[in-house]
Design a protein around this ligand. Structure first.
Ligand SMILES: [Mg+2]
Length: 278
C-alpha cells in the first residue's frame, strides 16, 4: 500500500546515505519516542495527540512485513494507548516497565519495594513545599511538570524539586533526570536504552535499528544503538547528543515516516514479529 503521494525522501541531517543503507536491510526495527517526536507538546498532557497524518502513516508501517514498529515513552502505557489511538505496533511505557507486545499481550514489571517507598517520599516531599499541582505519580517515577509556566518560575520549581529529591534518591535506588517540560525522580534500571536493547535482541541478525527521539531521556537509547544502528534526534542539530542524525521538527518526522512507509518491501516470506518477552 502506498501512503500519500510519492515525494522526495527527506534528508536526515548527518546521515546522507541513510535511505540507501536502510533499503539494503531485509528486516528493520523502527522505535519512536512519543511526545515531541510524534506529537507536539501540549500544556494539557492528555491533549497531546499525534501530528496530523501520523497515525495513518504508522498504520501503514505497522503492516509492513519487513518492519517491527514500536513506540517507546516515559508516559504510562495506558496514556500512550489512549493518545496514539489504534496502533498495531509494540508500545512501551514508563521507560520500559510496561509493554504491550506485538502479540497484544501486556507485560508489566514493578519497581522494587525500596524504590516504591522512595517514590512515595518524593511525592509527599514535593507536595509539602507547595508543588502538589505540578506533580504526577507514575508506576516507576514522580514527575514535576512545568510546561506552560513562566520559564524562570519553571526553572526555579525544577531546581527545588531536583535538590529535594537528590538528597535521598541514591539510598532508594532512584535517580533524578530532567526532561523536556520538567524534572523527574525515577527508579534506576529502567530507561529507554534498556527498553531499546530488549527490542534489538528480539530482531533477526543483520536488522537495521533506528530510534527517533527529541529529549535528554532519549540519549540512553541513542547510546544503546550508536555503534550498530541509527539514533536520530528531533530538533536543533547543534545540540550535544549521542544520536548520529537529526530531523529538524515533527513535520520532518512525518515526512520521514511517510518515506519509510513507501520503501520497496523486500521479498520476505512472512511478517517478522517481535515475540520475545525480556
Ligand atoms: Mg520526547
Amino acid at each position: 500500500m502506498r501512503i500519500g503521494r510519492k515525494k522526495k525522501r527527506p534528508k536526515v541531517i548527518g546521515l546522507p546515505d541513510f535511505w540507501d543503507v536502510l533499503s539494503r536491510h531485509e528486516t528493520k526495527l523502527l522505535a519512536l519516542d512519543y511526545d515531541g517526536t510524534l506529537a507536539p507538546f501540549c500544556v494539557q498532557r492528555m491533549q497531546a495527540y499525534p501530528y496530523p497524518g501520523v497515525p495513518r502513516i504508522l498504520e501503514g508501517i505497522s503492516r509492513r512485513r519487513d518492519t517491527v514498529l514500536a513506540i517507546v515513552s516515559g508516559r504510562p502505557l495506558a496514556e500512550v494507548l489512549i493518545l496514539a489511538g489504534p496502533f498495531d505496533g509494540i508500545v512501551i511505557g514508563s521507560h520500559g516497565m510496561e509493554k504491550r507486545l506485538a502479540t497484544g499481550d501486556i507485560v508489566i514489571k514493578t519497581a522494587e519495594q525500596g524504590q516504591i517507598q522512595g517514590l512515595a517520599c518524593a511525592q509527599s516531599a514535593a507536595e509539602e513545599i507547595g508543588l502538589r499541582e505540578l506533580i504526577e505519580l507514575k508506576p516507576a517515577s514522580v514527575a514535576l511538570h512545568t510546561r506552560g509556566l513562566d520559564p524562570k518560575e519553571a526553572e526555579r520549581f525544577e531546581d527545588r524539586a531536583a535538590r529535594l529529591w537528590r538528597a535521598f534518591s541514591d539510598r532508594h535506588g532512584l535517580e533524578v533526570r530532567r526532561f523536556n517540560g520538567g524534572v523527574e525522580v525515577r527508579a534506576t534500571g529502567w530507561n529507554k536504552g534498556d527498553a531499546l536493547e530488549e527490542l534489538c535482541r528480539g530482531m533477526p541478525a543483520g536488522s537495521a535499528y533506528v530510534y527517533l527521539g527529541d529529549d535528554d531521556t532519549d540519549e540512553d537509547a541513542f547510546r544503546t544503538i550508536r555503534t550498530r544502528g541509527y539514533g536520530i534526534r528531533v530538533g536543533d542539530a547543534g545540540r550535544p547528543t549521542a544520536a548520529r542524525g537529526f530531523l529538524p521538527d515533527i513535520p520532518a518526522v512525518r515526512d520521514f515516516l511517510e518515506a519509510w512507509a513507501n520503501l520497496a518491501i523486500p521479498a520476505l516470506k512472512e511478517k517478522i514479529l517481535w515475540i520475545r518477552d525480556g
